[in-house]
Design a protein around this ligand. Sequence first.
Ligand code: ADP
Length: 451
Amino acid sequence: MAASEAGSWSTYSSSTSPGRPADPLDAVVTRASPFDSGSDLAAFRRLEAAEHRSRFLSRASLLLDASLDYEVTLRAFADLVVPELATLVIVDVLEEDGSAHRVCAKHACTEEIADLFMRLPVGAEDLPITERALRGGPPELVADLAASPGGDSSAALALLAAGSCLTVPLRARGRTLGAIALLTDRSRPSYTAEDMALAGELAERAALAIDNARLYRAAQRAIEVRDDVLGAVSHDLRNPLGAISMCATVLGAAPITPPARVRELADVIGEAVEGMYRLIGDLVDAASLEAGRLSLERRPEDLMTLVARAMEMLRGAARDGEVEMVIELPERLPPVLADAQRVLQVLWNLLGNAVKFTPAGGRVTTRAAVDGGFVRVAVTDTGVGIPAEDLPRIFHRFWTRPRKGSAPSTGLGLAIARALVEAHGGRVWVESAVGRGSTFHFTLPVAAPEW
Ligand code: ADP
């Protein structure tokens, strides 16, 4: 299929492409050669092929720039490549979490074969192998697929009457974003190094399209997050400010009787101010985490005391929500090497969420046990639970699940808790089932390992 194999490029051009609108420029390729024979003819054919190639590439570029939804773009890209450059094309994409998925498999004639390839495992060490390309490997050319073992894909390859195969990684800004596999059937010539070069150029353009679409999506998401956070922060500030303003009005209309009422108003103001400090603290912590500037003052601490203090801080919320708070710690626990204020913050976040997401009549239990050189703390609630699809994102910064009728929240609590625990050398994880409640676990290092 190289340009030098005269006409092989035009064999698969628009004339064999049912339904594709005629490209006036194709006339350049199909017109009669003004040369009779010999080296002039060969040079003419090379020129034709180069011309065709560059038109093909510019068509691909236009198409790849057309949408910011890269899956739509890659499917249109597959329509362009098949049958011009391949009998079958497969496009696999790596998600940001490292998982790979098949965006499309397109066959020149039958959907049945495309469906077969679509269902094959992505990233398996099977033919056509995108696995190595997905892991950042170089482009590969298999001249004769019939001579190679097919594994799971052998039935699909047989149905395709597979000839040769090209696999090219999709790379942009030094990162692998996916891979493309181009396959021919045996009626077509084998791929050559020139086809590989063309596929490489196409892959570069396709990778750029994916990268741009992802950057665009990330920018959109950042704008949404900014708006959500601004909404949550202004909400969280408006409530305590409203409370302070109300107290100021009452205090301004002196004299106030009985004197205990003054104490009550002062408490309301105190709580409102504490809430605002906490919110500002979360925002400052989030910024410090981002900049890697989180500092800890670690010394041996009694975990029992810290749990009791955190529970005390949340007693009012638990009483209002009619949630019972229980503590089940062994009689003796070794001291942990920790920054007391930061551990309190972790406990306060976990217990606060547990109380918030547990309906009236429920229970929140805090347990602890020694586990190797660590103390493992578990906060279990009998609350609403967390859907399985949310679990991987639950510790992400600014991630929250909006709840009907409840105040917006910043989604910073768990992200900060995780960063604080990890800064102590521990880890944090969650087990949950919708309707059955959640358990958040975290570990802290024992201060005296010989304990
Ligand atoms: P925020 O500080 O806004 O509450 P978090 O990071 O603490 O944010 O929590 C993020 C989200 O995780 C919550 O909005 C909620 O959807 C979910 N979540 C956290 N803890 C629990 C829990 N114990 N039960 C159910 N959902 C929870």
